[in-house]
Design a protein around this ligand. Structure first.
Ligand code: ADP
Length: 251
């Protein structure tokens, strides 16, 4: 019998002994302390935890938007410093350029990176279609709902063809129904694009629905990070026993 080795995907993240302290009014606040973590290429990891536990800080350090005091971040085995095109970040608010159409917004970072206008538009069109906005290519941001605007944000991030998508409460500003649809969309995009996805969320159901593994940041900063494998079949059934049990374990 022949066995095929599992596909090794790029976008592997290793975090070694990461620490970050903020100085607030002369007092040191230890936000991250000796964090060690390995995220497989193509894995979807959710980061949950109480408000102020350091979720956004960890994501910003991974994105290269914040510098750690100690420790290292390695991508595919190589240490990274600052931002890089192998990582794209999606925030709660997509902050689209209001005077540019949907396709022009998605093409913008590609033009900044030196692609010609035509090349950029071609690639942007593909990603606008991928997020289900083919009929809104020439629409302006003011004509879009919150969910649609966030789809544009996702298309814009994917257009630079990153290995790793870092998402900070990406669905936090959306209404409950739109949120459910967008969770399904994110799950589909993750499967199709085979990117590593690291998502900060305060929504435990969202974490279990999307992720292979949920990382819980402790409230008290000296505590140890908890990791919970989400060993459930995909697509996930939200009312299934395993889903409910995991949710209880997290609460
Ligand atoms: P979370 O995302 O889990 O809510 P954050 O990472 O945003 O937590 O913040 C963790 C702690 O670090 C909070 O107490 C916050 O006030 C503090 N903090 C975050 N960013 C800064 C900063 N740039 N300067 C000072 N303190 C900060």
């Amino acid at each position: 019998m022949t066995t095929t080795a599992p596909e090794t995907l790029r976008g592997e993240v290793t975090i070694r002994d990461l620490s970050k302290t903020f100085n607030i009014n002369g007092r040191a606040l230890n936000v991250l302390k000796g964090v060690n973590l390995h995220i497989r290429g193509g894995e979807c990891l959710a980061i949950v935890g109480a408000s102020g536990s350091g979720k956004t800080t960890l994501l910003r350090v991974l994105a290269g938007l914040e510098e750690a005091d100690e420790g290292r971040v390695l991508i595919d085995g190589e240490p990274v410093h600052g931002v890089g095109t192998e990582r794209a970040v999606i925030f709660q608010e997509p902050r689209l350029l209001p005077w540019r159409t949907v396709i022009e917004n998605v093409a913008f970072p590609l033009e900044v990176r030196g692609l010609s206008r035509d090349e950029a538009r071609q690639r942007a069109r593909h990603h606008v279609q991928l997020v289900g906005l083919a009929d809104f290519v020439e629409a302006y941001p003011s004509q879009l709902s919150g969910g649609m605007a966030q789809r544009v944000g996702i298309a814009r991030a994917l257009a630079i063809q990153p290995e790793i998508l870092l998402l900070d409460e990406p669905l936090g500003a959306l209404d409950a129904m739109t949120k459910l649809t967008m969770q399904e969309e994110l799950s589909r995009i993750w499967r199709e694009e085979k990117v590593t996805m690291i998502i900060v969320t305060h929504d435990l159901e969202e974490a279990i629905y999307l992720a292979d593994r949920v990382l819980v940041l402790p409230k008290d900063k000296g505590g140890r990070i908890r990791e919970i494998e989400v060993d459930l079949p995909r697509p996930r059934n939200r009312s299934e026993g395993g889903f409910v049990k995991l949710r209880e374990e997290l609460l």
